[in-house]
Design a protein around this ligand. Structure first.
Ligand code: GLN
Length: 204
C-alpha cells in the first residue's frame, strides 16, 4: 500500500455483479478498494467503478437503496467513474433494448447504448482491441452479453472500436464506459488508466 495521501479510495458498486474481481484488480494497483451499497459509503471516495452484472437488477437496487441521486451529483461534480458492461448501460443517457426491460439509467454520459447488442449468452466472445489511450499491445477483451454504443454525444471520445467500427469504449471527461470486462483478465492497464482520472488527473 502506498503511504499517506497518495492512496486512492475507490468504491466499487457492490449491489450485484462481479464487483469482487474489480476490487481485486484495484488492490493489485495499490488502490484502497471497498464495496459501496449505501449512499453514506460514497463519502470520501476518489473514484467509483460500476461493474458488470445485470443492469435491470442493478438499476432497481440503486433506486431502492437511494443511490441514484447522490451518484448523479458526484458524477457531475467530477468524480472519476468507470462503468463496465452493465455499468456502461447504467452510465448512458439513453438505452435501446431488444427486450421490454424498463431501466432508468444514471444518464450522466452523453451516449446511447444498446443492451445485449451482440445476441444471446452463447454469442459472448473475446477479442484483442486496439486502445490508443493505453498503447500497445492490444487489450484482450471479454464480451459477455455485452452492450455497444450507438450514439456518441459532444465531448465524448471513442476509446475503442471493433474491426467493423462498432464503438465499445468511450470517455467523457471523468467518466469511462467499457462494453467488456477488463476485470476478468490479468491485464490491469484499463484500471490504471482509470486511476489516472482520479483526483482530476489525465486530462483528455
Ligand atoms: N446484458 C447485461 C445487461 O444489459 C450486461 C451483461 C454484463 O454485464 N456482462 O445488463
Amino acid at each position: 500500500m502506498k503511504a499517506g495521501g497518495s492512496v486512492k479510495k475507490i468504491g466499487v458498486l457492490a449491489l450485484q455483479g462481479d464487483f469482487a474481481e474489480h476490487m481485486a484488480t484495484l488492490r493489485r494497483l495499490d488502490a484502497l478498494a471497498f464495496p459501496v451499497r449505501l449512499p453514506r459509503e460514497l463519502e470520501g471516495v476518489n473514484g467509483l467503478i460500476i461493474p458488470g452484472g445485470e443492469s435491470t437488477t442493478m438499476a432497481k437496487l440503486m433506486t431502492d437503496f437511494g443511490l441514484m441521486a447522490p451518484l448523479r451529483k458526484l458524477c457531475k461534480q467530477g468524480l472519476a467513474v468507470m462503468g463496465t458492461c452493465a455499468g456502461m448501460v447504467l452510465l448512458a443517457k439513453n438505452i435501446t433494448d431488444t427486450s421490454d426491460a424498463n431501466i432508468t439509467p444514471l444518464g450522466v454520459m452523453d451516449i446511447d447504448v444498446k443492451r445485449n447488442a451482440f445476441g444471446r449468452q452463447v454469442d459472448s466472445f473475446e477479442t484483442d482491441l486496439e486502445v490508443a489511450a493505453i498503447g500497445e499491445p492490444a487489450f484482450h477483451s471479454v464480451f459477455i452479453r455485452a452492450p455497444f454504443i450507438q450514439r456518441i454525444g459532444n465531448g465524448v471520445t471513442v476509446l475503442a472500436r471493433l474491426p467493423d467500427d462498432t464503438c465499445v469504449a468511450a470517455r467523457q471527461g471523468n467518466m469511462i464506459a467499457l462494453a467488456f470486462h477488463p476485470e476478468l483478465t490479468d491485464d490491469a492497464r484499463l484500471h490504471s488508466y482509470f486511476l489516472t482520472l482520479v483526483n482530476g488527473g489525465g486530462k483528455k
